[in-house]
Design a protein around this ligand. Structure first.
Ligand SMILES: Nc1nc2c(c(=O)[nH]1)N[C@@H](CN(C=O)c1ccc(C(=O)N[C@@H](CCC(=O)O)C(=O)O)cc1)CN2
Length: 292
């Protein structure tokens, strides 16, 4: 069996096209969706991602503000910058690029973002809405994974999904989304003993641990769907995922490549969340539920 590639670039382009149409509709009502991205420090990968977010916004006709700070920025000054953006009516989405320098507490920063502008979906209000199944901002990478599954008509209902990784950004929300779609979900992580005991019975395996090539052919059953969230840059600059792609592609039914799989979906879903935020604001709603 040769696995079918799940082409994140193609699916992300289709999402951007839809987002672009919604931006035009908002423009007809005098609204320009605005995203503010805060970057602290000079991590090269983070610089690439924020530039890509900015470029995508501009291509779609959205406002994009990039606030760049040195890694000596104090937490107090960062919270003040967020507060200013919270009060800017032209900004519908605020995100702080992660990781942050060690002296800044990520939780304080996430809590400072107005939940009605939390387009990353990291605020506890967004996380709570996802937990109870209420409409709200869903973290971009897991939301992108769901859109990829939908595009390739992979219905998680009744399937066993194994998630390797329990981060609040990817693993946990991906598990909740799959559960909402009636999958049976197992979380595995760095302390899981005998990983293959779980992965070998999985219909869908999501690898999100940041360990290059850790998911190998012997871990999966024939015909499993493999979603690779890993973005590991080698010393040669080459990007590899958490899945050993070459050996898995002969055993899986579907597999996401790295690059070109889940990564492009993350930015497309960020655009989707930002435009949703502007749509909700234009309707006088908060997070889609009609509450002002
Ligand atoms: N505030 C946030 N910080 C971080 C997030 C996030 O969702 N919100 N996710 C990651 C980084 N990230 C977006 O911010 C991101 C990672 C990867 C890609 C992507 O398109 N990857 C490409 C390869 C790009 C390359 O060459 O490096 C791919 O996989 O094809 C987009 C966004 C951590 N921080």
């Amino acid at each position: 069996m040769t696995a079918k590639l799940m082409d994140g670039k193609k699916v992300a382009a289709a999402i951007r096209e839809d987002v672009g149409k919604r931006v035009e509709k908002l423009a007809a009502r005098g609204v320009t969706p605005g995203l503010a991205v805060i970057l602290v420090g000079e991590d090269p990968a983070s610089q690439t991602y924020v530039k890509s977010k900015q470029r995508t916004c501009e291509k779609l006709g959205m406002r994009s503000d990039l606030l760049e700070f040195p890694d000596t920025l104090s937490e107090t000054d960062l919270l003040a910058a967020i507060d200013k953006l919270n009060r800017d009516p032209g900004i519908h989405g605020i995100l702080v690029q992660l990781p942050l320098p060690a002296h800044i507490d990520e939780t304080h920063v996430i809590l400072a973002i107005d939940p009605t502008k939390d387009v990353d979906g990291f605020h506890p209000i967004s996380a709570g809405r996802l937990l109870i199944g209420e409409d709200g901002f869903v973290p971009c990478t897991p939301n992108g994974i769901m859109r990829l599954l939908d595009y390739y008509e992979i219905d998680p209902a009744g399937k066993h999904a194994v998630i390797i990784g329990r981060s609040t950004i990817v693993g946990k929300p991906a598990g909740l989304l799959l559960l909402q779609r009636n999958a049976t979900v197992t979380f595995c992580h760095s302390k899981t003993e005998n990983l293959e005991q779980y992965t070998q019975s999985a219909d869908i395996v999501i690898a999100a641990v940041g360990r290059p090539g850790m998911l190998k052919a012997h871990h999966i059953k024939a015909g499993a769907v493999v979603i690779d969230v890993g973005i590991n840059r080698g010393t040669d600059g080459k990007l590899t995922g958490d899945a050993a792609f070459d050996e898995l592609q002969d055993k899986a039914s579907f597999i996401t490549p790295v690059p070109g799989g889940v990564g492009p979906m993350t930015i497309a879903m960020l655009m989707d969340n930002t435009v949703r935020s502007a749509e909700w604001a234009a309707e006088g709603q908060t997070a889609g539920n009609g509450v002002k």
